[in-house]
Design a protein around this ligand. Sequence first.
Ligand SMILES: *[C@@H]1O[C@H](CO)[C@@H](O)[C@H](O)[C@H]1NC(C)=O
Length: 322
Amino acid sequence: MRVLLCIFVATFTFNAINGLFFPELGGRQKNTASALSWFPRERRLSPPAHRIIDPVEDCFLVTSDEGEFFFKSPSDEPAVCGIYMIAEPDKRIQVIFNYLDVPCENGGLVAWVDGWELSGQVWPADAWDDDRVVESCDQRPQRKLVSRQNAALIQYRVPARGKGFSVTVRHLRNARPCNLLLFGSEGVYTVRNHGETGNCSVMAVSPATVRILDLNVGQSVKRGNLLEIETGTIYHCTKRGLADYVDIGGANGLDHTKMEVLNNVCGLDSNEGRRPMFIGCENTVVRLVSSGRFQNSVTVAFAPLSVDNIEHADLICGINDV
Ligand SMILES: *[C@@H]1O[C@H](CO)[C@@H](O)[C@H](O)[C@H]1NC(C)=O
């Protein structure tokens, strides 16, 4: 795997990210205000975005905005910074480099990452490959860069005063979303494999409660008109040797392949009456693993897990490491 410029920030701070992103998904902001958040800082951006990145304030910038972003280095310091872009779950992110004037000397570099990287972990780790990173200096990438999911990153290190770059960010429709990164932790989301082999996931970057509203995993064969039988929720599917299943749990880091699993389920169950699972981890993960033989889908409701409720969580990540 290509080594990325690594961005390390203090995670698990007590700052909420509500307000900035997707008001339509995160209605009840008073509740989220007390939720733990992974983001150290957020700032409200006012559209239309034509934004000059403040080298001091915005080194770790998380934005759901479209528009033009400019960066001009204030010094010769080799600091690594990032623009963490996120869009709604059914969108992709397109970035066009309008100009790039970053000398390669002293490690000057600008990298497009089709995903997020933080503290040495990447998302989505399942489908990671070297094509996800495009590094440049001296010359701007000529083509449009488009992410496969609703989050992408521009990492940069510009150790040359007055040098910099500019990008235009657009959100494009994604007809077949597989991996979803959520802003805030409230809303109802459906993850599907679209009949394909591989893994899809939804991850909230905060502790959250998760309730399965609808489950159809390992049941609907792709071809044929077999009658579908409501099996109810089947637990411990991996132990039963079933290849299609959903893991629900969390991770302290972006890599959901290292998640701690609270529940492992499959089956056909349209009964909504399940109790929510309380996941006390930096990130909350629902991960759908598919053999490719079935049309799988799982619909889940996320809600914020407040700090007060963390001690009552069904799963607390990292507790076995202590
Ligand atoms: C999907 O997840 C399973 C189980 O974690 C893993 O064995 C498999 O390699 C993953 N598939 C891909 C394409 O990453």
